[in-house]
Structure formats: C-alpha cells, structure tokens
Design a binder for this molecule. Sequence first.
Ligand code: SF4
Length: 678
Amino acid sequence: MKCCLVTAAVATDFEDPDDAATRQVREVAAEPQLGILTLAAVLDQRGMAPRIFNLDRAYYEYLVDQRSRSVAGFARWAASRIASSGADVFGFGTICSSYPVTLRIAGHLKREAPGCDIVLGGPQASIVATETLAAFPFVDFILRGEADQTLPLLLDELSGKRRLSAVPGLSWRSPSGIQRNADAPLIEGLDSLPLPAYGLTGELDGAGGASLELGRGCPFGCTFCSTNDFFRRRFRLKSPERMLADMRAIASRFGIRSFRLIHDMFTVDRRRVAAFCDRLIQSGEEFAWSTSARTDCVDEELLGLMARAGCQGLFFGVETGSPRLQKVIEKGLDLDRARAAIDTTARLGMSNTVSLIAGFPEETWDDLRETMDIYMHTARHPGSHPQLNVLAPVAGTPIHARYQHQMVLEELCSDMSHQGRIHNQADRDLIRRYPEIFPNFYLLPTPGLDRAACLELREFLLAATARLRWLLVALHRSSTGILDVFLLWRRHRLALHPGLSGGSLRHYYIQPVFRRDFVGFVRRKVARFDSPAVRALLDYQEAFLKAETSDARLPRKGCTPARRLRASDKPVRARHVHVLQLDWDIQAVIDSLKAGQPAAVRQPVFYRTGLTPDDDIRLIRISPLLARALETCNGRRTVQACVTDLADCFAGSTTLRRYAAGYLLKNLLAENLIECRR
Ligand code: SF4
C-alpha cells in the first residue's frame, strides 16, 4: 500500500504573487512541518516508504513561478499533482488557517482518484472531526490527536481486514452513521519517536536553522488556546540526551547549528529546563536555540542559565496587559513579573517575541490600553518582537464554546487565521456555510470595543513597529499612551482615506504612503506630544523621507556591478544608501528611550542608511567627509570630477589629495555604498 502525506499550507493566504514572494512569507512557508515529517519517519521505519507532498512549495511553483495561472485553479492543480504520486492513501495535515483550502484540494483529489482513501489528521481536523465527516463525504477518515502510533495501525487495517473500529482515535463513516472510536493513548515516551524525515523533503538543505520538537502538551488551561484539546494538557519532554543527539545529527548532516525547539510551553518544569541547559553546556557544542516560555515560569537565574546554554530567543505569550482580563481568560500572569522577564531576557542578550491579543468579548478600552503598555514596554528593547493579534475563536476552545452563537463574519478576520489581502472566494463560501467547522475565521462580539478599530490597530502596529519603532516609543512616552495616539491617528486616516476597509486597508498599511501620512500627522499634532525625543525622531523621519524621494530620482541607467572604478564612470549611491544631516544625536535619543528617560541631545550629526541582515533600514553615524563623498556620488559626475571635488577635503600636495580622494571612492565601492554607471 502506497501512502502520500500532504502538509498543511501556509502561503496560500497570499493570493497576490508579490505578497507571497516576500521574504517573511517565504520564511514561514519554508518551516518544516514536524508533525508530518515525524509521521513520515515512523512509516519509513516500518518499510512503508511514504511520499511527502509539500503544499507550500507547490503553491510557489504554481503561483510565483508560473504567473499566468489563476489562483482559483490552485486546488484542482495541486490535487492532480498529488494524485500523480499514485498512492492508495493520502494523509493531510491540517491547521485552522488553511483548513478550507485543504478540504477543497481533498475534494478534487477524490474526484481524480475515486478509489483512494483520504485521511485527515492534525489539530483542526481532530477538533471538528464529526462535523467535517458529516459535511464532506469525500473525507473517509479523521485520525484524531497524536497519530504517530495510530497511523501505522490504520494503514495496516486499510491494507488488510479494514477493522476500522479497532483503530483508536479514528473517526469514520459506517453504514449506520459517523463513528468516533475512543481516543488513542498519548505517547508518553517521546524519545521513542524517530528524528523527523528531513531527508525526504530536502527542506534543511542550505537552511540556516532547523525546527526540532522538544516536547508536547501544556498543563495550563487558557480559555482561548487550542493546544489543550490536541495534547490533552499532558506535559511531556524529550530527554536532554535525545535532544542533544538530534541536534548533533542535524549539525553533522546539514551543517546547521541553530534550532527552534518546539514546545507549547517548555518552561513548565524548572528542574527539567535546568537539566537540559546543563547538558548542553557540558556538551561544549555551543548550539544556538530558541523556545517558548511563560513569564511566571522563569526567573533571572534560570534565564541566565538558558542564555549560557545557547538560548537566543524566547516566545512569551502574555496575551493581555489587563490584570482583570488575565483572570477572565484564566492565564493568570503577574504582569510586573512579565515586564521583569521581558527586561531580563533582553538584558541577557536574548530576543523576545511577546504575543498579545485584542478582541476578548469582556475587553474594554482601558484593558486594551494596558495591553498596549506591555506592547510598548517590549518595543523599547531593540531585539524584541511585540505582536498584537486579534482573537480568533478557535474550535474546541472554551471561549468558542461560550460565544459560538454570537460570532460575526467580516471582511477581515483574525490575522491568526488569514493574513492575505484577498480572501479566496471559494474558501469564504465554505466558511459562511460551515461556521461550526471554520469558526476561527469569525470574530467575537466586543461590546466594550470598536471591532473595526481593533482590526486596524493590528495593521497599524505591525507597520509602524517595523518602520517607525522609536517614534512610536517616544509618542507612547509623551502622551497618554500609544492607543490614544492611534485613535487620534485613525480619525485623521479616516478623513484622508475614507474608503479603505478589509483588504484595501491592510494593503494601505504595508505601502510607503502610510509612513508618509503618519509622519505628516505627527508633524501636525506635534505640539500635543511635546517632547524633544518626538521632535528629534520626527526630524529624522522627515529627513529620511525627503532623501528617499530625491534619491529615487538619481540616474541609474547603465549601473553595473563593477569591482574597479574607471575615470569615466559616474558613481551613484546604492539604492539603500541615503545621507541625512540631522540636528540631533539620534543614537543618544534612542538610548534614552531604551533606558526610560526621554531626552534628546541637540548636535549636528551626519548619518547614512544601511540594511540589516533582515533587509530592514538602519541608521549609521558617519563623518562629514564620508557624507560629502556620498553626496558627491550622484550618478551625474564622473569619477574624475568627484575626485576633484573631494580633493579639497584633504591636505598636502595636489597629487596626494587626489590620491586620497580616489582611495575614498574605491572604499565606498568596496563596501557596496556606491555603484557605477558606465
Ligand atoms: S496559551 Fe500557552 S500557557 Fe495557555 S494553555 Fe496555551 S500553551 Fe498553555
């Protein structure tokens, strides 16, 4: 019996090929799906030689590399590619955000290969198994919960006597109706699982990092969280020896020394976290890793040990800054302790991803104001990634059970469920028809908030934190808080662009026009946020926008990646290099904001812009000489003319001065700060 496993899609949220092609989307889509890869390894051990079909790779092949095709045809195209594997059984992994497209593909597949068996597994299908079998006759089986032991059992039965009632965790259709076998036992000894079958897919070839499963299950019971149902709140960890062996195996096979260690909540058991860190330190391997933690399960000593063991990043789900809501959602975090954990993590050189949620039914503006305070507290650490998501009522969660009859469907839904600008119409039709299967695309009632403002707040923060982080921090400090600044801005934005909503609103915030509009808004209202830090950062933003506009007009025709300058070449600043002259020491302003003491130092300073490894813009202080040299390279003057101009900046004989000016230009070229027009 031949089996083909199909991953859950991530990139299919993005129907526009340009959106799908961004580095951020490609990175998320390239994440190996550990569930499917572990199942493949289990089947491989049994000699079943499974195939894996990666839906994200297929989507890129279909959409980005072959732009002539319509997105609407992807499901049918993918189904025919999957069918061509000739398998007898197709096992689909499922997650809530791409469940509609997974089901559409499965439907087309059944039409292409009517004799095949279609099995769904993973978190989403497990939770809505009975509803899915009732609504979609082409789905034959749903294997609920952890399938590492039950999938081989099911495949044995499908190739043998088909005693389906003997497979734990299986939901299936019998002549008398839908059957739901008893749950399968959880896998207690996770060390018994094989290393995910990375070799089958080639996902780690040339990759900078790898994901590895560190354990499963979280014992807490937050009312919005879906992991409780799937792993039944049973906390389990792989042993330190096993983790180390897997990391070493990946390092030796793929040359990878950086790992994302996946666990819903690693830091539940302090003793075991310490044992893991001690083992890594003893090994002397110096692997880099990141993982998830609760802020009340770590302290300075443990964080220090984690940092020494190679931990470089922590994901903290703080969810809300409101002590009242912490109780309502049964998260129960002490928020002072959360702030301290965020600060300590940053001080130890680790990055923070702090996840926050807006849109709880019981939430008020005051609660959201407190959440924004945690957001901005995190944002003032440069390596941090604060996130605000709008709540999605995921099936199987207590919050969904309570509010399922009050959900509303709007053009934009939670970004946890859909991040694209356009929502596929066929998916929307399914979502509208089956709210019980796809509730995560709906929104909850929020009588104490304006839902449209919450959705826009998320888009605003995502864009503004990426491009205007320190201006946001300064505004937060010099006002009643960033939420009030946003509400004021939103009134301004509605007057400027009244017709934006849904996908067009999302699009607006990722365009350069948002930055210009927002900087213009702050300039108009600057008296309201009167602080030197706001003025300094506003000047910087305006200078940057001006330089960007004027540099866009520099001639670039004939630019070539030259290694040497010829006298007749016309050097021009590289596209990402703008020269700014400011009256403020911006680094001093940022340092004071980081330290929580808004201040600004007036002092004329030259800067140039550069790119971070993530292609973000950074500001680099430069000497007046370097500023002048870069300004001279405007694509209109020859090297000879630039040398003549710059020679004035040096002392000595004419020959010596010209030599120094030429040497300076050569260095600019070597550092990729200028290009050459020939
Ligand atoms: S939100 Fe985090 S702490 Fe709460 S149940 Fe889910 S994984 Fe556990």
